[in-house]
Design a protein around this ligand. Structure first.
Ligand SMILES: [Zn+2]
Length: 298
């Protein structure tokens, strides 16, 4: 296998998902509204995050954590401990709100608002890490080409949101020229272009008759290890690729069931998913791992 891969972790809690907050079909319009109205326990994130940090130590992995910046307000010390243990902090939005409509892919906020909020999130994270934050992952992987131009304008060096597959396309581009290895996106688009001071790190997929997304996350929970592992191994033959999961994926605790639309979203998680992550890291222990800021050319 000639490629290297990056282990990436999306740091968000159960209420950040689009059925609860920050999407056109959410119960609460924003995370701020959630905190104004919610009276129950909210922190289901700290315990599994500490376990993720131990797993990464065990496999000697320096990971990239895509952090929702408002976590810093509500979980004192949590993001600090991720940075202290040597992992890269990257940006996963200020409040994890959708930036484009999941159905129509039309813009849900102005370019100015996107740049202002994302820059604020970047600065909040830089204050915690003491280092420049150069990476971005779009909340819910909903990304438009215009967002990449904005990210470059406000000082980001890379994005890692694009997933090429036959099951869904969460972007506003056809992605015809995109595979599972890093590329320079065209101006105002997500197709592959020539040299640019900005890199996209697309996710892994397994190609048979269809292209099955195999970077991790929900696919790891629902479809399991063999498919994800085969997809990673196949993607590694094409070049560098991405593995990702959420601390929530390995949580032992049942989350409050208030989300719209997705009654089964969390039905598989916990111990079994933790075993899958360990199995994948163990199987790929001889493959080079880099956190994204250290990828050559960033
Ligand atoms: Zn997310």
């Amino acid at each position: 296998m000639r490629g290297s891969f990056s282990v990436t972790v999306d740091l968000e809690d159960w209420y950040h998902i689009p059925s609860v907050c920050g999407s056109p079909y959410a119960v609460y319009r924003t995370v701020n509204e959630f905190f104004e109205k919610w009276e129950g326990r909210y922190d289901f994130l700290t315990e599994p995050t500490n376990r993720v940090l131990d797993i990464l130590d065990e496999f000697n992995v320096t990971a990239t954590f895509f952090v929702v910046a408002d976590i810093i307000d509500h979980y004192p010390g949590l993001v600090e401990s991720v940075a202290e243990r040597g992992h890269e902090l990257a940006c996963h939005g200020l409040h994890h709100a959708c930036k484009i409509d999941p159905e129509t892919k039309e813009r849900l906020m102005s370019i100015e608002e996107f740049e202002q909020k994302t820059l604020l999130a970047k600065r909040i994270l830089e204050k915690i890490s003491g280092e420049r934050v150069v990476g971005y992952r779009a909340p819910n992987a909903l990304i438009g080409g215009w967002m990449v131009d904005s990210l470059e304008r406000i000082g980001f060096k890379y994005d890692s949101s694009v997933s090429v597959n036959s099951l869904y396309n969460k972007t506003d581009s056809s992605l015809k020229t995109v595979s599972s290895f890093p590329y320079y996106p065209l101006k105002s688009g997500l197709e592959a272009g020539d040299d640019r001071n900005f890199v996209e790190f697309p996710w892994a997929y397994y190609q048979n008759i269809l292209k099955i997304p195999t970077s991790g996350g929900p696919i790891l929970r629902f479809l399991g290890t063999p498919l994800v592992l085969n997809g990673l191994v196949q993607s590694l033959k094409r070049g560098h690729t991405i593995f990702y999961f959420h601390p929530l994926d390995i949580s032992y605790t049942k989350f409050p069931s208030i989300g719209n639309n997705r009654p089964f979203y969390w039905c598989i998680k916990g111990k079994s998913v933790e075993r899958r992550i360990r199995h994948i890291l163990k199987t790929l222990s001889n493959v080079k791992k880099v956190c994204l800021r250290d990828y050559q050319g960033i």
